[in-house]
Design a binder for this molecule. Structure first.
Ligand code: GLV
Ligand code: MN
Ligand code: MN
Length: 436
């Protein structure tokens, strides 16, 4: 046998041993306590969390994360989109391995969507510290800005701007329901952390792994604790603006009204009918946000704006939906106006095979040591920051089950043991990548 091969086998064995030791140093109780602590920022009496991006609770949560990361020996930096990076140095200055997720929530969200991935990354750092492991590459944990997209559209702003900084100027002009510009909220967030140095965007990363709750019922129904995410389904968002004429609810005859709500409800019925009749389960349709003006019990609505969220694993289904949406809005016959605007569109994401193989190994070791079922390969129904990172470096995701498939809801929950196994799998994958 030649000597070089022996050396590389030895190195391979050392690296596997390091990945296993990192996995074995993940601590269940330490993870649970930071999940509970982070959930107090925007915490609700029903157990949920209201921490929309760049609100006061989000800024306080960011400070908590900065302090936590520093207490685990990380240096902290922030970029122009207020993405926060927590870095554990490597023995080289090679491009880092990135993990993490987002810390913002839906208007009413749970403790885990996003927060789990950020805290899992910081638990991996703690496990590496405890195991005394030096990695070749730095490990960076990121908390992306505005993944949810509910306060300022579109979603995944921070990760998309990181990958393509030319997006940021347009994002700055995005306005929330109260008229606040994203750009202004961003400046306040940056000013709130004068102790955190600025870093460039689009910096090279060697690989990225995002750990997240599934937010759907697949793993729970299969009785499988860990999912190897093969990709993310496509998504499109639209804003529909219906403009009629406001008027008196008691005096205006029904046949003389230009009632924006009547038209909006008519459009909504046609969209639901299209989904049920033409597309079925291939298309998921959500009309999630409605704004009615003047929103008064005794005034005929003069304007209604509503949003459309459509998802499919098959992008052609969304192409056909968009054609139907155009046709339905143009053909609607009434005296008012209907406009529609596309605000977000992503094709499906497919993660690379080599990353899936590593994630599968990492998950298999964690679940088999717990005597639980082998990991399942699956597509993500939700979108994630990883879909943009996949354009930047080899990327993958790990899922843990969501009880009842419930998410974007205060009742979102995952069994503590499954949360622990997810971080174990992440520790193995990140350590392997950081030594490659
Ligand atoms: C992310 O929150 C999504 O809507 O998929
Ligand atoms: Mn999320
Ligand atoms: Mn979410």
């Amino acid at each position: 046998m030649n000597k070089e091969l022996n050396v590389s086998n030895l190195e391979q064995r050392d690296q596997t041993a390091a990945s296993e030791r990192a996995q074995d140093h993940v601590q269940h109780d330490r993870l649970q306590s930071v999940i509970a602590e982070l959930a107090t920022f925007g915490g609700r009496s029903d157990g949920g969390v209201s921490r929309e991006t760049l609100t006061d609770p989000d800024l306080q949560a960011r400070r908590y994360l900065i302090d936590l990361a520093r207490s685990r020996g990380c240096s902290v930096t922030i970029d122009d989109c207020a993405n926060l990076f927590f870095r554990r140095p490597g023995t080289s200055d090679l491009p880092p391995v990135l993990t993490g997720s987002h810390a913002d929530t839906q208007p009413v969200g749970g403790k885990l969507d996003g927060a789990y991935g950020v805290l899992a990354g910081l638990e991996v750092i703690a496990a590496l510290n405890d195991a005394g492991i030096k990695t070749l590459r730095p490990v960076e944990v990121v908390a992306w800005t505005n993944e949810e997209g509910c306060r300022f559209g579109p979603g995944a702003m921070g990760s998309s701007a990181f990958v393509d900084p030319s997006c940021l100027p347009a994002y700055r002009n995005s306005v929330d329901a109260k008229g606040v510009r994203f750009g202004d909220a961003l400046e306040l967030a940056l000013e709130a952390v004068p102790d955190v140095p600025r870093r460039p965007m689009a910096e090279p990363m060697s690989a990225c792994v995002e750990l997240h709750i599934e937010q759907g019922p697949v793993l729970e129904r299969a009785l499988v604790p860990l999912g190897v995410v093969t990709g993310i389904q496509s998504v499109r968002w639209y804003r529909i603006q219906v403009t009629g004429t406001a008027g008196h609810a008691g005096t205006m005859p029904m046949d003389e009204r230009v009632d924006a709500m009547a038209a909006a409800v008519g459009l909504a019925q046609q969209l639901y009918a299209y989904q049920a009749v033409e597309a079925g389960e291939k298309l998921r349709l959500t009309l999630g946000r409605w704004q009615v003006s003047p929103n008064s019990i005794n005034t005929i609505p003069g304007a209604v704006e509503f949003t459309v969220d459509v998802r499919s694993v098959d992008e052609q289904v969304l192409v056909q939906f968009e054609a139907a949406l155009k046709q339905i809005t143009q053909a609607y016959s009434w005296a008012g106006k209907i406009e529609f605007e596309s605000i977000f569109s992503r094709p499906p994401t497919h993660f690379p095979a080599a990353m899936l193989a590593l994630i599968e190994r990492a998950c298999t070791r964690a679940s088999s040591r717990a005597s639980l079922a082998a990991p399942l390969r699956m597509t993500s129904g939700a979108f994630h920051d990883a879909m943009y990172l996949a354009e930047h470096c080899p990327t993958a995701m790990i899922f843990v089950p969501s009880k009842g498939g419930v998410s974007h809801n205060a009742a979102e929950e995952t069994a503590p043991q499954e949360l622990f196994l997810g971080v174990q799998a992440l520790a193995y994958a990140v350590t392997s990548l950081a030594n490659a």
